[in-house]
Design a protein around this ligand. Structure first.
Ligand SMILES: Cc1cc2nc3c(=O)[nH]c(=O)nc-3n(C[C@H](O)[C@H](O)[C@H](O)COP(=O)(O)OP(=O)(O)OC[C@H]3O[C@@H](n4cnc5c(N)ncnc54)[C@H](O)[C@@H]3O)c2cc1C
Length: 237
């Protein structure tokens, strides 16, 4: 089947942290589910697989006619070098999608535990906004976000505001390289291991980020006694 490609202008670009940018693109009314991603076709190679890079949508479906992407610059990555160095406001990006099955569980009676590192927060920001906008009644939502230092925390103000407005939302930040941090230090794993050691069929874990974190979390949760069906994940690579 022929792929339908969209071409969208970049409306806004801003730094969210030292190596992370938010790209806002015009979406011309495309519909999607919170948690899904789009795939950019970047002019960085001859073969299509050399050119395609996927990015989770960080805005909510109900946010309007723009899509937000939250992208970290990879030290040696071709795709992110192009995005960070060549793409400007007004540039046109070619993309397909949205696609993906990493979406909110249909059963709103569940307690959601979202575990992510770095830009793995993108689909969760979309989901959290959607839950609030649509007034969805999940039993509780716990976001566990890991990064290196306090300066690398993404969407902090917005998420802290959410904890003040939403009594069943818990937000934990875990920093791996910030000795002055007063909260959790180390890795995200310790937080869910501590909070969910008592296995419950009511909990659904959603994991997003790079393979090292996601693989470890899946192994840990299965080892703790959770069913495979209670662990959903999106792998960035
Ligand atoms: C479904 C999906 C959704 C994604 N959503 C996002 C998103 O919202 N935001 C985002 O920043 N990225 C996201 N990614 C990753 C993204 O598609 C690219 O792989 C990433 O931007 C690196 O591209 P690159 O061309 O710069 O590096 P490449 O040249 O493709 O990568 C170089 C190598 O480094 C690894 N790598 C690159 N960056 C990192 C990193 N930060 N940590 C660990 N390993 C890394 C890659 O796996 C690869 O092996 C997603 C990937 C998938 C599959």
């Amino acid at each position: 089947m022929a792929i339908t490609w969209n071409e969208s202008k970049v409306e806004r670009i801003e730094y969210l942290a030292a190596h992370v940018k938010r790209f806002v693109i015009r979406s011309s009314g495309v519909t999607f589910k919170a948690g899904q991603f789009i795939t950019l076709d970047l002019p960085i190679g001859e073969k299509r697989l050399q050119r395609w890079r996927s990015y989770s949508i960080a805005s909510a479906p109900s946010d309007g006619a723009s899509l937000e992407l939250c992208i970290v610059q990879s030290a040696s990555g071709l795709g992110t070098r192009y995005l960070f160095e060549e793409v400007q406001v007004g540039s046109v990006l070619k993309w397909k999608g949205p696609e993906g099955t990493f979406i909110l569980p249909a059963d709103t009676g569940k307690a959601l535990v979202m575990v992510c590192t770095g830009t793995g927060i993108a689909p969760f920001r979309s989901m959290l906004r959607e839950i609030r906008i649509k007034n969805m009644s999940y039993k509780s939502v716990h976001l566990i976000f890991g990064t290196r230092t306090e300066a690398d925390i993404l969407f902090r103000e917005e998420l802290e505001q959410l904890t003040r407005e939403w009594s069943s939302f818990r937000y934990d930040i875990v920093l791996s390289k910030d000795p002055d941090w007063g909260g959790y230090s180390g890795h995200v794993h310790q937080v869910y291991q501590e909070c969910y050691s008592e296995v419950s069929s009511e909990v659904v874990f959603l994991l997003c980020g790079w393979r090292s974190m996601v693989d470890q979390a899946v192994d840990n949760l299965i080892g703790m006694g959770y069913e495979r069906s209670q662990v959903l994940f999106e792998l960035y690579g």
